[in-house]
Design a binder for this molecule. Structure first.
Ligand SMILES: [Zn+2]
Length: 596
């Protein structure tokens, strides 16, 4: 395939949403019918669940799956349409209708989960182990893990009603401040207003002076807002700790562990293992300092580019994906090919299209779609591989699981995507002739792993300490948060990286702390698990592939621990995290060799 005659920036690569709905009208009509189905479901089954046997439960679940699939298809149609043309009024109307309808659907169906949770353990266990519902056994039992922490229905309703005015208000205040904060800065095109994100993007600029000025400007801009941002966080942490008392959680991390279905002790072992390997990061930081001709790396140099990757036009990206995925498994190659052949990718950047990239699972009885903004950069090829990795997971899980059991939780969701990046990366490196591109690929790989594994652990440790102090009655002022932040970061960067004084405010704009507590350790978990799996693949070759495809097809049919065990990753074994670090060390060594 030649690339010289193809248009840049994936011109014309748009998706075809017609398999989901034929028009906005079609979507509206079917949505009304789906809401009617939800109400009919409620009329038929409310108050009945305690009297179910295996067969009636199986019928009800099958009905729920049909509703879930149709709502999934229509919801995806609406949000995918909007994501490529956010300002179109019809898209906005459809989106608003969809939001209202989803609330109505949830209201009608909520009784089912509540009645299921209300059953006593013996009855629920008996029903869940009935052979007729085998496909949803884990889903049914896993729902009940929250039972001990649920309050009565009126109490839950009260908490639900007050949540927008209470917790959510602090989150939106935080969001409003951090997204609208702007300051004048010259990042190369003259002095212009810069948002936080735009200033942060400057740390990848080759010009060191610019990188340092951008960080200084960022901290100076955050300074006056720090007390308010700290107050948002302090209030949210206080509210969450109060909820923990009401809901009988002993540790502030427990609600997150329960949602992720991972054992707390395994996560603690994982985080201390990460901390035990900070030396590997220091080693890389010293190499990087030498490459940049510096005695010591400054925080602003952490993501300074090394090497420069060449351009890759869309047809070549497709070839890279096809040959790398197909070499791993023809089945995986076919799944990726389906995205291109059925026009389930929207890749061309254009006005009105949202930024970033995602893969939408759509529904268990439909095919996934993906969105990205392709700009002919090597990074974009990795993004394409990443999103197609989600796509292979959704496709294989949908074949074997029901609509209620095909989604995995947060802990494993990023494993197939990261694994797919590794497949594409290894193939690229084995075939790439351009030296500067090879260097850029390897260095970005190392730094990407560090940013995920090490830095996200620092973030989780920061949160732990903040919750501990707040739990002892200490108000989380900006000064106190700055001290916690500085101490946690100092133990990571050690004497290998110089932290500027302004970095004390590094905590203040991170949205994860505000939106979902302890969200970040799931990134660490998924990344280390992926690296461990990739090491197994390297050792076992083809023998590994069918086991991996089985794992993908498992979807959410079991806990992460149970899904990973057949692949040789035992979460109960404290040593299970080490192969991930051996892989990281391998990458660092490769980077050291290439840049020697
Ligand atoms: Zn992802």
């Amino acid at each position: 395939m030649t690339t010289t005659d193809s248009a840049p920036r994936a011109e014309g690569v748009h998706w075809d949403l017609s398999p989901l709905a034929t028009s906005a009208d079609d979507c509206r009509t079917r949505l009304a019918a789906a809401i009617d189905d939800c109400r009919a479901f409620e009329l038929r089954h409310r108050g009945q669940i305690a009297a179910f046997d295996g067969a009636t439960l199986a019928d009800a679940l099958a009905e729920l799956c049909r509703i879930e699939n149709e709502l999934g298809r229509l919801h995806s149609y609406t949000s995918l349409r909007e994501s490529v043309d956010v300002s179109d009024p019809e898209n906005q109307d459809l989106d608003a209708l969809m939001d209202r309808s989803m609330v109505e659907a949830a209201n009608a169906l909520r009784f089912f989960e509540l009645e299921w949770l209300e059953l006593d353990d013996a009855l629920a266990d008996g029903l869940a182990t009935a052979p007729e519902v085998a496909g949803d056994r884990h889903h049914l039992l896993a729902e009940r893990r929250f039972k001990r922490h649920m309050l009565s229905e009126p109490e839950e309703r009260m908490l639900g009603e007050r949540s927008p005015a209470a917790a959510s208000a602090w989150q939106s205040l935080f969001g409003r401040i951090t997204s609208t904060l702007e300051t004048d800065f010259d990042s190369g095109d003259g002095v212009e207003p810069h948002t936080i994100d735009r200033l942060l993007a400057c740390v990848r600029n080759p010009d060191r002076g610019l990188r340092m000025r951008a960080l200084e400007t960022l901290y100076a801009t955050l300074g006056p807002n720090a007390p308010t941002l700290a107050h948002c966080y302090d209030t949210l942490v206080g509210d969450r700790l109060a909820m923990d008392r009401l809901r009988n959680y002993d540790d502030p991390m427990d609600p997150t562990h329960l949602r992720n279905e991972v054992p707390g002790p395994a996560i603690e072992t994982m985080m201390s293992t990460v901390e035990g390997h900070y030396g590997l990061a220091h080693r890389w930081f010293r190499v990087k300092a030498r490459l940049l001709g510096l005695d010591r790396l400054h925080l602003a140099d952490q993501y300074a580019p090394l090497g420069e990757a060449r351009e890759v036009l869309w047809p070549e990206a497709r070839t890279i994906i096809d040959s790398s995925f197909r070499a791993f498994s023809p089945r995986i190659g076919d799944i990726a090919d389906g995205f291109f052949a059925d026009q389930r990718i929207d890749a061309e950047p254009r006005t009105g299209k949202r930024g970033g990239a995602f893969c939408a699972s759509v529904a268990q009885d439909a095919q996934p779609f993906m969105l990205m903004n392709y700009t002919d950069r090597m990074d974009d090829v990795m993004t394409l591989a990443h999103e197609l990795g989600h796509g292979m997971h959704f496709t294989l899980a949908a074949e074997r699981q029901t609509a209620l059991s095909f989604h995995t939780g947060l802990a494993l969701a990023e494993v197939p995507s990261t694994f797919a990046e590794m497949i594409a990366f290894d193939h690229l490196l084995a075939n790439e002739a351009d030296e500067a591109t090879r260097t850029a690929l390897v260095c970005e790989r190392v730094e990407g792993s560090f940013a995920t594994v090490f830095r996200q652990t620092v973030l989780a440790r920061y949160e732990q300490e903040a919750y501990r102090q707040r739990g002892e009655g200490t108000t989380l002022t900006d000064d106190r948060l700055s001290t916690i932040w500085w101490d946690q970061n100092a133990s990571y960067y050690g004497d290998a990286v110089e932290m500027p004084d302004g970095y004390r405010l590094g905590w203040s704009y991170i949205p994860h702390f505000i939106s979902t507590r302890f969200y970040t350790y799931a990134y660490v978990f998924a990344h280390l698990v992926t690296l461990a799996l990739y090491a197994q693949y390297r050792a076992q070759g083809e023998d590994f592939v069918p086991k991996y495809l089985d794992f993908l097809a498992g979807g959410g049919s079991a806990s992460p621990a149970a899904l990973l065990r057949p692949l040789g990753v035992d979460l109960d074994d404290p040593a299970c995290w080490e192969p991930g670090f051996a892989e990281m060390e391998r990458m660092v060594m490769r980077a050291e060799e290439m840049t020697a």
